[in-house]
Design a protein around this ligand. Structure first.
Ligand SMILES: C[S@@+](CC[C@H](N)C(=O)[O-])C[C@H]1O[C@@H](n2cnc3c(N)ncnc32)[C@H](O)[C@@H]1O
Length: 343
Protein backbone atom coordinates (compact mmCIF):
# COMPACT_ATOMS: atom_id res chain seq x y z
CA UNK A 1 0.00 0.00 0.00
CA UNK A 2 1.22 3.49 -0.90
CA UNK A 3 0.54 5.75 2.11
CA UNK A 4 -0.04 9.50 2.08
CA UNK A 5 -1.24 12.32 4.28
CA UNK A 6 -3.58 14.66 2.39
CA UNK A 7 -3.14 18.22 3.67
CA UNK A 8 -4.23 21.73 2.61
CA UNK A 9 -1.38 23.51 0.73
CA UNK A 10 -0.66 25.91 3.65
CA UNK A 11 0.09 22.93 5.93
CA UNK A 12 2.30 21.19 3.34
CA UNK A 13 5.70 22.54 4.41
CA UNK A 14 5.04 21.95 8.14
CA UNK A 15 4.04 18.31 7.59
CA UNK A 16 6.83 17.65 5.09
CA UNK A 17 9.41 18.94 7.62
CA UNK A 18 7.90 16.79 10.35
CA UNK A 19 8.02 13.77 8.03
CA UNK A 20 11.72 14.43 7.40
CA UNK A 21 12.74 14.93 11.02
CA UNK A 22 10.64 12.04 12.28
CA UNK A 23 11.88 9.90 9.39
CA UNK A 24 8.62 8.84 7.80
CA UNK A 25 8.82 10.75 4.50
CA UNK A 26 8.82 8.30 1.59
CA UNK A 27 11.43 9.82 -0.71
CA UNK A 28 10.79 7.31 -3.48
CA UNK A 29 7.50 9.12 -4.30
CA UNK A 30 6.84 12.74 -5.23
CA UNK A 31 4.70 15.20 -3.27
CA UNK A 32 1.65 15.67 -5.54
CA UNK A 33 -1.09 18.24 -5.88
CA UNK A 34 -4.68 16.98 -5.94
CA UNK A 35 -7.82 18.93 -6.87
CA UNK A 36 -11.23 17.46 -6.09
CA UNK A 37 -14.70 18.64 -5.17
CA UNK A 38 -13.49 19.50 -1.65
CA UNK A 39 -10.64 21.76 -2.82
CA UNK A 40 -6.90 21.66 -3.46
CA UNK A 41 -4.64 19.40 -1.40
CA UNK A 42 -1.06 18.21 -1.24
CA UNK A 43 -0.37 14.49 -0.91
CA UNK A 44 2.71 13.92 1.24
CA UNK A 45 4.05 10.38 0.64
CA UNK A 46 4.86 8.60 3.92
CA UNK A 47 6.14 5.24 5.04
CA UNK A 48 4.63 2.76 7.50
CA UNK A 49 6.60 4.55 10.25
CA UNK A 50 4.03 7.39 10.13
CA UNK A 51 1.49 5.17 11.92
CA UNK A 52 -2.22 5.82 11.46
CA UNK A 53 -2.35 9.55 12.05
CA UNK A 54 0.03 12.54 11.89
CA UNK A 55 -1.33 15.42 13.97
CA UNK A 56 -4.92 15.87 12.79
CA UNK A 57 -4.32 14.10 9.48
CA UNK A 58 -5.15 10.49 8.79
CA UNK A 59 -2.72 8.30 6.88
CA UNK A 60 -4.63 7.04 3.83
CA UNK A 61 -3.94 5.00 0.73
CA UNK A 62 -2.79 6.87 -2.38
CA UNK A 63 -4.68 6.14 -5.59
CA UNK A 64 -2.22 7.48 -8.17
CA UNK A 65 1.32 7.46 -6.77
CA UNK A 66 3.98 9.42 -8.68
CA UNK A 67 7.50 8.09 -8.32
CA UNK A 68 10.60 10.25 -8.05
CA UNK A 69 13.35 9.81 -10.59
CA UNK A 70 16.46 8.85 -8.63
CA UNK A 71 18.60 12.01 -8.41
CA UNK A 72 22.25 11.60 -9.33
CA UNK A 73 23.86 13.90 -6.76
CA UNK A 74 23.24 15.20 -3.24
CA UNK A 75 22.54 18.66 -4.68
CA UNK A 76 19.88 17.20 -6.93
CA UNK A 77 18.28 15.42 -3.95
CA UNK A 78 18.22 18.70 -2.06
CA UNK A 79 17.23 21.10 -4.83
CA UNK A 80 13.57 21.31 -3.78
CA UNK A 81 14.42 21.84 -0.11
CA UNK A 82 17.38 24.27 -0.10
CA UNK A 83 17.64 27.75 -1.61
CA UNK A 84 20.10 28.34 -4.45
CA UNK A 85 22.55 30.00 -2.04
CA UNK A 86 22.20 27.16 0.50
CA UNK A 87 22.85 24.63 -2.27
CA UNK A 88 26.27 26.18 -2.89
CA UNK A 89 27.20 25.23 0.71
CA UNK A 90 25.83 21.67 0.52
CA UNK A 91 28.47 18.97 1.21
CA UNK A 92 30.26 17.63 -1.86
CA UNK A 93 32.00 14.75 -0.07
CA UNK A 94 31.42 12.35 2.82
CA UNK A 95 32.90 9.16 4.20
CA UNK A 96 31.15 5.80 4.35
CA UNK A 97 32.40 3.38 7.01
CA UNK A 98 30.46 0.12 7.04
CA UNK A 99 26.82 1.20 7.00
CA UNK A 100 27.45 4.66 8.45
CA UNK A 101 27.75 7.95 6.52
CA UNK A 102 29.97 10.63 8.05
CA UNK A 103 29.51 14.13 6.71
CA UNK A 104 30.59 17.62 7.67
CA UNK A 105 27.89 20.22 7.29
CA UNK A 106 28.70 23.94 7.45
CA UNK A 107 27.19 25.89 10.36
CA UNK A 108 24.98 27.99 8.06
CA UNK A 109 23.13 24.79 7.05
CA UNK A 110 22.42 23.82 10.69
CA UNK A 111 18.67 23.97 10.16
CA UNK A 112 18.93 21.71 7.10
CA UNK A 113 21.09 19.03 8.75
CA UNK A 114 18.29 16.43 9.01
CA UNK A 115 17.23 17.05 5.41
CA UNK A 116 20.83 16.54 4.27
CA UNK A 117 21.09 13.36 6.35
CA UNK A 118 17.80 12.08 4.93
CA UNK A 119 18.98 12.79 1.38
CA UNK A 120 22.24 10.90 2.00
CA UNK A 121 20.33 7.90 3.36
CA UNK A 122 18.17 7.91 0.23
CA UNK A 123 21.31 7.94 -1.91
CA UNK A 124 22.81 4.98 -0.02
CA UNK A 125 19.93 2.65 0.89
CA UNK A 126 22.31 0.12 2.48
CA UNK A 127 23.42 2.72 5.07
CA UNK A 128 21.53 2.98 8.35
CA UNK A 129 23.07 5.95 10.15
CA UNK A 130 24.25 9.49 9.37
CA UNK A 131 26.71 11.24 11.66
CA UNK A 132 27.87 14.86 11.43
CA UNK A 133 31.60 15.42 11.74
CA UNK A 134 33.21 18.33 13.59
CA UNK A 135 36.87 17.22 13.37
CA UNK A 136 39.39 15.20 15.41
CA UNK A 137 40.79 16.25 18.78
CA UNK A 138 43.64 15.57 21.17
CA UNK A 139 46.26 12.90 21.71
CA UNK A 140 43.68 10.09 21.56
CA UNK A 141 42.56 11.39 18.12
CA UNK A 142 38.92 11.35 19.20
CA UNK A 143 36.32 12.62 16.74
CA UNK A 144 33.66 15.18 17.67
CA UNK A 145 30.50 13.88 16.04
CA UNK A 146 26.72 14.28 16.25
CA UNK A 147 24.31 11.48 15.47
CA UNK A 148 21.77 12.85 12.94
CA UNK A 149 19.77 9.83 11.78
CA UNK A 150 19.76 6.19 12.84
CA UNK A 151 20.63 4.78 16.22
CA UNK A 152 23.78 2.65 15.91
CA UNK A 153 27.20 4.29 15.68
CA UNK A 154 29.18 1.03 15.80
CA UNK A 155 29.91 -0.69 12.51
CA UNK A 156 32.29 -3.10 10.80
CA UNK A 157 34.07 -1.45 7.89
CA UNK A 158 35.52 -3.82 5.32
CA UNK A 159 38.53 -2.60 3.38
CA UNK A 160 41.19 -4.38 1.34
CA UNK A 161 40.23 -7.79 2.75
CA UNK A 162 40.31 -6.61 6.40
CA UNK A 163 37.59 -5.92 8.98
CA UNK A 164 37.71 -2.78 11.12
CA UNK A 165 35.08 -2.74 13.86
CA UNK A 166 34.68 0.70 15.37
CA UNK A 167 32.32 3.22 16.93
CA UNK A 168 32.55 6.24 14.63
CA UNK A 169 31.73 8.62 17.49
CA UNK A 170 34.65 7.31 19.56
CA UNK A 171 37.53 6.54 17.20
CA UNK A 172 38.87 8.03 13.97
CA UNK A 173 39.44 6.38 10.61
CA UNK A 174 41.15 8.50 8.00
CA UNK A 175 40.02 7.92 4.41
CA UNK A 176 43.10 9.83 3.18
CA UNK A 177 45.39 7.09 4.59
CA UNK A 178 43.96 4.31 2.40
CA UNK A 179 47.01 4.02 0.11
CA UNK A 180 49.33 3.87 3.13
CA UNK A 181 47.20 1.10 4.69
CA UNK A 182 47.51 -0.83 1.40
CA UNK A 183 51.26 -0.21 1.25
CA UNK A 184 51.68 -1.50 4.81
CA UNK A 185 49.80 -4.64 3.78
CA UNK A 186 52.67 -5.48 1.38
CA UNK A 187 55.46 -5.12 3.97
CA UNK A 188 56.77 -7.04 6.95
CA UNK A 189 56.63 -10.68 5.80
CA UNK A 190 58.39 -12.88 8.38
CA UNK A 191 59.55 -9.86 10.39
CA UNK A 192 59.14 -8.65 13.98
CA UNK A 193 56.97 -5.52 13.93
CA UNK A 194 56.13 -2.87 16.52
CA UNK A 195 53.19 -0.55 15.83
CA UNK A 196 53.66 2.21 18.43
CA UNK A 197 50.34 3.99 17.70
CA UNK A 198 48.14 1.08 16.73
CA UNK A 199 44.69 2.72 17.09
CA UNK A 200 42.11 0.11 16.06
CA UNK A 201 44.74 -1.57 13.87
CA UNK A 202 44.70 0.80 10.87
CA UNK A 203 48.15 -0.17 9.58
CA UNK A 204 49.08 -3.31 11.48
CA UNK A 205 45.89 -5.31 10.78
CA UNK A 206 46.40 -5.09 6.95
CA UNK A 207 50.05 -6.05 7.50
CA UNK A 208 49.09 -8.99 9.73
CA UNK A 209 46.41 -10.22 7.31
CA UNK A 210 48.31 -9.92 4.02
CA UNK A 211 52.04 -10.14 4.86
CA UNK A 212 51.96 -12.47 7.87
CA UNK A 213 54.90 -11.07 9.89
CA UNK A 214 56.50 -13.37 12.48
CA UNK A 215 55.18 -11.19 15.31
CA UNK A 216 53.37 -7.86 15.66
CA UNK A 217 53.09 -5.85 18.87
CA UNK A 218 50.45 -3.12 18.66
CA UNK A 219 50.55 -0.43 21.36
CA UNK A 220 47.56 1.87 21.97
CA UNK A 221 47.03 4.37 24.78
CA UNK A 222 43.28 5.07 24.35
CA UNK A 223 41.28 2.30 26.11
CA UNK A 224 38.34 2.70 23.69
CA UNK A 225 40.56 2.28 20.60
CA UNK A 226 42.38 -0.54 22.39
CA UNK A 227 39.12 -2.45 22.93
CA UNK A 228 38.44 -2.27 19.17
CA UNK A 229 42.05 -3.23 18.39
CA UNK A 230 41.55 -6.45 20.39
CA UNK A 231 38.23 -7.08 18.66
CA UNK A 232 39.78 -6.49 15.20
CA UNK A 233 42.66 -8.88 15.92
CA UNK A 234 40.01 -11.53 16.64
CA UNK A 235 37.76 -10.61 13.66
CA UNK A 236 40.73 -10.81 11.27
CA UNK A 237 41.95 -14.08 12.82
CA UNK A 238 45.51 -12.89 13.50
CA UNK A 239 45.64 -13.68 17.25
CA UNK A 240 48.53 -16.10 16.66
CA UNK A 241 50.94 -13.33 15.58
CA UNK A 242 49.43 -10.14 17.06
CA UNK A 243 49.95 -9.01 20.68
CA UNK A 244 48.06 -5.87 21.75
CA UNK A 245 49.36 -3.73 24.62
CA UNK A 246 47.37 -0.91 26.23
CA UNK A 247 49.75 1.84 27.32
CA UNK A 248 52.02 4.72 26.44
CA UNK A 249 54.47 3.61 23.76
CA UNK A 250 57.19 5.89 25.15
CA UNK A 251 57.13 3.69 28.29
CA UNK A 252 56.17 0.18 27.18
CA UNK A 253 58.00 -0.36 23.87
CA UNK A 254 60.57 -3.18 24.17
CA UNK A 255 64.13 -2.45 23.08
CA UNK A 256 66.28 -4.13 20.43
CA UNK A 257 63.72 -6.57 19.03
CA UNK A 258 62.02 -5.05 15.94
CA UNK A 259 62.82 -5.26 12.23
CA UNK A 260 60.28 -2.53 11.54
CA UNK A 261 58.55 0.15 13.63
CA UNK A 262 55.34 1.92 12.58
CA UNK A 263 54.78 5.46 13.85
CA UNK A 264 51.33 6.29 12.42
CA UNK A 265 50.59 9.28 14.61
CA UNK A 266 50.82 12.97 13.81
CA UNK A 267 51.32 16.12 15.86
CA UNK A 268 54.13 15.25 18.24
CA UNK A 269 55.50 12.07 16.64
CA UNK A 270 59.10 13.32 16.86
CA UNK A 271 58.89 13.12 20.68
CA UNK A 272 58.73 9.32 20.27
CA UNK A 273 61.68 8.90 17.87
CA UNK A 274 64.15 7.79 20.53
CA UNK A 275 62.03 4.89 21.89
CA UNK A 276 61.21 3.97 18.27
CA UNK A 277 64.88 3.78 17.29
CA UNK A 278 65.70 1.87 20.51
CA UNK A 279 62.98 -0.66 19.60
CA UNK A 280 64.86 -1.65 16.42
CA UNK A 281 67.36 -4.52 16.39
CA UNK A 282 71.01 -3.61 16.97
CA UNK A 283 71.76 -4.94 13.48
CA UNK A 284 69.39 -2.36 11.98
CA UNK A 285 65.76 -1.86 11.05
CA UNK A 286 63.21 0.32 9.29
CA UNK A 287 61.14 3.20 10.68
CA UNK A 288 57.91 4.41 9.08
CA UNK A 289 57.78 7.88 10.56
CA UNK A 290 54.68 10.10 10.10
CA UNK A 291 54.68 13.86 10.54
CA UNK A 292 52.39 16.77 9.72
CA UNK A 293 54.61 19.48 8.36
CA UNK A 294 54.34 22.85 6.56
CA UNK A 295 54.54 22.25 2.80
CA UNK A 296 57.84 24.19 2.49
CA UNK A 297 59.54 21.89 5.04
CA UNK A 298 57.92 18.65 3.90
CA UNK A 299 61.08 17.17 2.38
CA UNK A 300 63.53 18.37 5.01
CA UNK A 301 62.16 18.63 8.58
CA UNK A 302 60.98 15.01 9.07
CA UNK A 303 64.32 13.65 7.81
CA UNK A 304 66.28 16.07 10.03
CA UNK A 305 64.31 15.00 13.08
CA UNK A 306 65.05 11.32 12.37
CA UNK A 307 68.76 12.07 11.86
CA UNK A 308 68.93 14.14 15.08
CA UNK A 309 67.32 11.39 17.18
CA UNK A 310 69.52 8.69 15.59
CA UNK A 311 72.65 10.77 16.13
CA UNK A 312 71.79 11.20 19.84
CA UNK A 313 71.65 7.40 20.10
CA UNK A 314 74.87 6.90 18.09
CA UNK A 315 73.04 5.47 15.04
CA UNK A 316 73.26 6.18 11.32
CA UNK A 317 70.36 6.82 8.92
CA UNK A 318 69.70 6.00 5.31
CA UNK A 319 66.51 7.70 4.07
CA UNK A 320 64.78 5.16 1.82
CA UNK A 321 61.73 7.17 0.75
CA UNK A 322 59.72 10.29 1.58
CA UNK A 323 56.05 10.35 0.58
CA UNK A 324 53.15 12.74 0.88
CA UNK A 325 50.12 10.89 2.26
CA UNK A 326 47.62 13.73 2.01
CA UNK A 327 47.02 17.42 2.50
CA UNK A 328 46.33 17.71 6.24
CA UNK A 329 45.19 21.35 6.47
CA UNK A 330 45.82 24.49 4.39
CA UNK A 331 49.58 24.59 3.69
CA UNK A 332 50.28 21.49 5.81
CA UNK A 333 51.08 18.00 4.49
CA UNK A 334 50.91 14.61 6.19
CA UNK A 335 54.26 13.01 5.23
CA UNK A 336 55.77 9.57 5.80
CA UNK A 337 59.48 8.88 5.80
CA UNK A 338 60.87 5.35 5.52
CA UNK A 339 64.32 5.26 7.10
CA UNK A 340 66.88 2.47 7.56
CA UNK A 341 68.56 2.91 10.95
CA UNK A 342 71.83 1.13 11.60
CA UNK A 343 75.00 1.25 13.67
C1 LIG B 1 45.98 9.04 14.57
S1 LIG B 1 45.64 7.45 15.20
C2 LIG B 1 46.10 6.53 13.84
C3 LIG B 1 45.26 6.90 12.67
C4 LIG B 1 45.63 6.15 11.46
N1 LIG B 1 46.90 6.61 11.00
C5 LIG B 1 44.56 6.15 10.36
O1 LIG B 1 44.81 5.61 9.31
O2 LIG B 1 43.44 6.61 10.52
C6 LIG B 1 46.96 7.30 16.30
C7 LIG B 1 46.67 6.54 17.56
O3 LIG B 1 47.80 6.70 18.44
C8 LIG B 1 47.31 6.68 19.78
N2 LIG B 1 48.35 7.27 20.65
C9 LIG B 1 48.64 8.58 20.83
N3 LIG B 1 49.67 8.72 21.69
C10 LIG B 1 50.06 7.46 22.05
C11 LIG B 1 51.07 6.94 22.91
N4 LIG B 1 51.90 7.77 23.56
N5 LIG B 1 51.19 5.62 23.04
C12 LIG B 1 50.36 4.76 22.37
N6 LIG B 1 49.36 5.19 21.56
C13 LIG B 1 49.21 6.53 21.39
C14 LIG B 1 46.01 7.47 19.70
O4 LIG B 1 45.15 7.14 20.78
C15 LIG B 1 45.46 7.01 18.33
O5 LIG B 1 44.58 5.93 18.47
Amino acid sequence: MYRIIRVPPEKGEEIRKRAVTERFLDTTRKIQKLQNAEGIFLEIPVTEAAGEKVGDFLVIEQENPGFSKKPSSLKEYLKDFLSEVELTYAPTGWQILGDIIIVSIPENLDEKKFLIAEALLSMYPKCKTVVRDFGIEGQFRQPKRELLLGSRTETIHKEHGCFFKQDVTKVMYSKGNLEERKRMSRLGKGEVIVDMFAGIGYFSIPMAVHSRPKKITGIEINPESFAYLKENIRLNKVEDIFTPICGDCSKVTSEGTADRVLMGYVGTTHHYLEPAIKALKESGGILHYHETVPETLARTRPQERIRDAACTLGKKVDILETRKIKKYSPGVFHMVVDAWIFK
